[in-house]
Design a protein around this ligand. Sequence first.
Ligand SMILES: [Zn+2]
Length: 122
Amino acid sequence: MHEISLVRNIFATLESEFSKDDLGTMTAIDMKIGLLANVEPILMQNAFEAVTTAEEKYQTVRLNIELIPIEIFCPDCETQSTIENYKFACSSCGKPNNNVVKGTELLIHRVHFDQEEEVATK
Ligand SMILES: [Zn+2]
């Protein structure tokens, strides 16, 4: 299950970016996951729970997942379309298109700390 290693990587990234004191007050992590990121949100939540349960210091941290829809860009009519049901076609001219511009994201969007202080990462 690669979600477990993803969760471990997230904590490793945060541990290199924030001090121990800061991480001790961490309450939640917001993630953006694209529909093409090859990550199942439910498995991600389960993995997150497994890791935080094992690591006492992170037991109170929650994971919020924002799903990012797939968007493609059509160079012919310069239109950006949102893909539904994995039908990769331009919504304007109907041409098949897999020029994905959105939906592959897998990133930490924001980290919440107890003292109302929010630190955005890139
Ligand atoms: Zn088009």
